[in-house]
Ligand binder design. Structure first.
Ligand SMILES: [Zn+2]
Length: 79
């Protein structure tokens, strides 16, 4: 059995946005999902970002989204 590649949190977070845009390749997606299974902190970030995107899509607040995302990213950075 092939050992899954272990991502660092930094790599996982970098892939996260591509993943959420559904533009991540099959192998990379598997690596990321594997990391999310073992890493609680990255898992919550992905969930958070996913919900945020759904909410922005629902309300269609495209002009506020850049500012909001910046604010939320600086908030996340403090964890
Ligand atoms: Zn992680």
């Amino acid at each position: 059995m092939k050992e899954p590649r272990t991502l660092s949190c930094e790599e996982a977070l970098k892939d996260m946005y591509t993943f959420l845009d559904h533009e991540l390749g099959e192998a990379e997606r598997r690596d990321l999902e594997e990391h999310l299974r073992i890493c609680r902190s990255c898992f919550s970030r992905v969930e958070f970002e996913k919900r945020l995107r759904e909410r922005l899509a629902d309300t269609g607040q495209s002009e506020a989204s850049g500012d909001l995302q910046n604010r939320i990213r600086s908030l996340i950075g403090r964890f």
